[in-house]
Design a protein around this ligand. Structure first.
Ligand code: MRU
Length: 362
């Protein structure tokens, strides 16, 4: 596999197309090994998303869009009649069922579905249909890269010189399929010479912080210090933290934001200590249909992720564990939401709907 896939100007690309194939960096194996996973087949992609070969809300969205388009293109090649909306629905439902919280997934498959319906009405032959659909999904990836960059540039306005920043989970290139969201802001601050220093929550149970965020920041030469998830209160009390920035998996119309489990605790701690807490997310992470965080579905994952680490048991045999993968941070704890339409501030209902409107009018 071409090692260029690993590092491009926009960061590490976790999703890649190569001669009709969809190849993923296997994020389960990092940082120990760089391995690739062939997710060209839609069932393989569904497995890859559920098992977190590919993860992070925007990356899941990009991967699902490409997968749906590739699958429909393949169906189109192998049948003589035009594809049906039922076939679009089936592919979309299959992918949408893989992870319930990250709304980017549904957003991305809806974009492909809508485009497929428009194409169908133009009555192209099956080969042209497949090619145009796949091109559309590839363009979504390009658009996404550009939005990551814009978001990160807007984020610079909230990062002071030499900021000591806590981040949680991984909201970098691996998660965002591009420059990154929370890590994109940090990466831009580093590139501008603002000298950010990052405290990285290890992010149990899957350790996206210690495995993926540390890997990304180390590659970029950004000063990063790993902490356990229960250490940030101590650091905040000592005055060692200037701000918190995390990503999000779904943001309701009122600004309530779902992100990796533990984000809510971090936001409460930051609020208690008067430390600004920011979310960085592209507009595809907003779900204006959902009024508040109460209605955001929370994914519960297998308890084995809590009971063991890298295949080794962490507790007594027969122990039970809970594994909610996300929590919701209420809007009143969020100082600003950094998007490609600028840094949104309270009242969020108004600022979010205005940003979505500006974006839809472009
Ligand atoms: O379970 P994961 O690893 O997919 O969760 C990822 C996160 O919570 C990220 O913070 C979020 O998707 C934003 S990524 C830019």
């Amino acid at each position: 596999m071409d090692t260029l896939m690993i590092k491009v100007d926009e960061g590490t690309m976790p999703v890649h197309t190569d001669k009709g194939k969809i190849i993923l960096i296997d994020q389960r194996k990092l940082p120990d090994a760089i391995e690739y996973f062939d997710a060209t087949d839609i069932d393989q992609m569904c497995f890859a998303i559920s098992d977190m070969v590919v993860r992070g809300a925007p990356s899941i969205g990009v991967a699902a869009a490409l997968s749906m388009a590739a699958h429909l293109q393949n169906l189109a090649r192998n049948q003589s009649s035009p594809l049906t909306i039922g076939q679009f629905d089936e592919a979309k439902s299959k992918l949408d069922a893989t992870r319930p919280t990250a709304v980017n997934l549904r957003w991305a498959t809806s974009q492909v579905h809508n485009f497929a319906c428009c194409l169908l009405s133009e009555k192209p032959d099956n080969i042209a249909f497949g090619e145009r659909l796949f091109e559309f999904a590839e363009k979504m990836l390009q658009d996404h890269l550009e939005r990551n960059r814009r978001l990160s540039d807007f984020g610079l306005s909230v990062v002071p010189q030499s900021a000591r920043i806590v981040t949680h989970c991984n909201a970098g290139s691996l998660a965002a399929c591009g420059w990154g969201t929370a890590l994109g802001v940090i990466r831009s601050a580093h590139a501008k010479g603002l000298n950010p220093q990052v405290f990285v929550d290890e992010t149990r149970p899957r350790n996206q912080g210690s495995k993926l965020t540390m890997w990304e920041l180390t590659q970029d030469g950004v000063p990063a210090t790993l902490i356990c998830d229960n250490m940030s209160g101590y650091l905040m009390k000592r005055g060692d933290v200037d701000m918190v920035i995390t990503g999000a998996d779904r943001i309701a119309a009122n600004g309530d934001s779902a992100n990796k489990i533990g984000t809510y605790s971090l936001a409460v701690l930051a609020h208690h200590h008067g430390i600004p807490f920011y979310i960085a997310a592209p507009l595809s992470t907003f779900d204006p249909q959902i009024e508040s965080g109460e209605a955001i579905p929370i994914e519960f994952r297998n308890q084995d992720e809590v009971l063991s680490l890298d295949g080794r048991s962490l507790t007594v045999s027969g122990a039970e564990a809970l594994n909610p993968a996300f929590d919701v941070t209420p809007n009143e704890l969020i100082k600003g939401i950094i998007t490609e339409e600028g840094v949104l501030t309270p009242p969020y209902k108004e600022s979010i709907s205005a940003a979505l409107k500006r974006n839809s009018e472009k």
